[in-house]
Design a protein around this ligand. Sequence first.
Ligand code: AMP
Length: 304
Amino acid sequence: MTDTGKVDIVVVGSVALDTIETPVAKRENLLGGSVSYACGAASFFARPGMVGVAGSDFPAEHIQCYRDLGIDIRGLQQEEGKTFRWSGVYEEDMNNRRTLSTELNVFAGFKPSLPAEYRTSPYLFLANIAPELQLHVLGEVQNARFVVADTMDLWINTARPALEEVMKRVDMIAVNDSEARLLTGEKNTISAARAILKMGPKYVALKKGEHGALLFHAGGVLIIPAYPVEDVRDPTGAGDAFAGGFIGALALSGSTDPSDIAEAMLRGSVLASFAVEAFSLDRLRTLTRAELDARVAEFRKIIV
Ligand code: AMP
């Protein structure tokens, strides 16, 4: 591995080979996983370092994709065995998806370990992995300026005490409506988000899929729309691209003022809009900085 120097952001999560069926097409063995999408999106603004595990079957072309995007892969472990595989199918409106199969493979024994150069990274995104592993990573980083965590219903149901500990130690947690309800028992998602704020994080990002996100903080709430995309081909990874774009933009700004957080969320929204225009990381791979800046500018204009 030829990567050297420090990274601006560390992202910890899954590396996957996905088989996905949307109303547009069915595609097999695609490059996926939360770290792939999040690092891909973050790479437009800052240098992300990836922490994950791939199997010995992981294609060299995917490693090349990471490199082409400028992702530091010193934290990518490669183990003997098969890569984590996930397969899912989307309904006609693309809002709901059903998991068809999950094969953990080498991901079952994943023990994140941060290279020395990653430990002083000022920004950290703990993507959707077991909260015990998220806690382990939190113990390995020193003085991070801003930490975002993602989670899912599985961990809320099976690892609540560890997840509650994570929430006390991060700046922002990202949840969707059903996760917010499950975490708090509140039916109303606004009440749920406010209840999550009381559990520890300074910010709660309530993800609303194609309708954007709400950002709750002690001072109130901000509404972040989604950039309207007509030709959605594969929504997989939208949440991770949003979070990656967000933390990348935050790292670029070097600030954690609420106005810079709002601006970073807007950029996260734009990265997510590009990610869903193609399967896998295909659109992020071809995306140019000029296209990205043009869409950010257009997005600002169409927000009332
Ligand atoms: P998102 O659409 O943002 O939820 O992210 C989708 C990515 O998460 C896909 O590329 C999957 O490979 C990955 N994924 C699916 N299920 C899991 C799981 N249980 N743990 C970790 N990653 C997963």
